[in-house]
Design a protein around this ligand. Structure first.
Ligand SMILES: [Fe+2]
Ligand SMILES: [Fe+2]
Length: 132
């Protein structure tokens, strides 16, 4: 996955955090290609969830600061996404699933769709409150 302007939400700090999320998914992809999937996947997935939680909190704080009217819905989407990734980790830790193209595609689609739809929707409101 490569960062591109198409993924930008127009807020510098958030774009930087999204870039780190993309890097983590790319590290998972590299681990899979190098056959290190099993030893590395769990720590990488745990990193991804931890960083995602921090990112979601930072983003929700900015939405609150901007009085973004869709904050409650956006927060619910964040909660849902976090639970999905956590359930992948549980299944991985139990040995029910392995790192796969399917999992990587899910993570990639999850990130790009969320950035381009839900996240981009708050840009105008945040910019109007002086958050850039
Ligand atoms: Fe978001
Ligand atoms: Fe985001």
């Amino acid at each position: 996955m490569v960062w591109s302007d198409k993924l930008s939400v127009g807020i510098r700090s958030i774009d930087a955090q999204h870039g780190i999320l993309i890097d983590t998914v790319n590290e998972l992809h590299d681990a899979m290609l190098k056959g290190q999937a099993n030893s590395l996947t769990e720590p990488l997935l745990r990193n991804l969830v931890a960083y995602t939680r921090d990112h979601f909190s930072a983003e929700e704080a900015l939405m609150a600061q901007a009085n973004y009217p869709e904050l409650a819905e956006h927060r619910a989407k964040h909660r849902d996404l976090t639970q999905k990734v956590e359930s992948y980790i549980e299944r991985f830790a139990r040995g029910d699933i392995r790192l796969s193209v399917h999992l990587l595609n899910f993570l990639r689609d999850w990130l790009t769709n969320h950035f381009q739809r839900e996240d981009r929707a708050y840009s105008t409101c945040m910019n109007a409150s002086g958050i850039r």
